[in-house]
Design a protein around this ligand. Structure first.
Ligand code: ATP
Ligand code: MG
Length: 183
């Protein structure tokens, strides 16, 4: 599975629909302070199911919605869509019926979040599991926040182990075992 495009609409500073094409190889995003580079990575984390407002540098989950600027009114919803190249058919069962997989997450004020996979309503948990199994999930060490390296060095062994498990692609199994134990 390869990410091929990220589209942001009303997400943080990206008020108008904005496409980030992710080509083969390395993609760099450069720009002045405050232009939205970190917001792009947060959008990626968010569409994969991130639910901790702190990881999104906000106080509540609706803080990702464009809050308005001097010349533009606030938006009512934020939407991020992630296009995934699935020509190698490596997506898990339930997501693996097409060459392209589109995951869309939308949050609407006073209503909350909803997810779609290739146009069909999907549960948050299924989207989170899809990316946890692919080792790219919201908690994945593939996404490194500012200050995270220092956190990793100072982490307790238990949380460091969780990072290694995510890197090894077994955190989805861990989550399923935890759910089975609760039943
Ligand atoms: P730096 O180089 O300093 O790391 P950056 O390019 O990573 O900057 P971001 O942190 O992604 O910049 O973007 C910050 C901008 O996003 C700020 O101008 C902030 O006002 C804007 N912003 C964040 N949340 C919202 C929101 N909900 N609505 C409107 N604008 C927002
Ligand atoms: Mg930044």
């Amino acid at each position: 599975m390869r990410f091929s495009k990220l589209r942001l609409t009303g997400f943080k500073s990206f008020v108008d629909p904005t496409d980030l094409i992710i080509a083969d190889g390395l993609t760099g995003v450069v720009g002045p302070n405050g232009c939205g580079k970190s917001n792009l990575l947060e959008a990626l984390r968010w569409v994969m199911g991130e639910n901790r407002p702190t990881a999104m540098r906000g106080g509540g989950m609706e803080d990702v919605i464009f809050a308005g600027a001097a010349s533009r009114p606030a938006r009512n919803f934020a939407e991020v869509s992630l296009q995934i190249d699935n020509t190698e058919r490596l997506a898990p069962a339930g997501f693996n019926d097409q060459d392209q997989l589109d995951i869309v997450r939308r949050v609407t004020r006073d209503i909350g979040s909803s997810y779609k996979a290739n146009g069909k309503d999907t549960r948050a948990r299924d989207v989170q599991m899809l990316f946890a199994d692919a080792s790219t999930g919201a908690h994945s060490p593939a996404l490194v926040r500012q200050g995270q390296i220092a956190e990793l060095i100072n982490a307790k062994p238990k949380s460091r182990r969780r990072i290694l498990e995510e890197a090894a692609g077994i955190s989805g199994l861990y989550q399923r075992r935890h759910e089975a134990e609760l039943k």
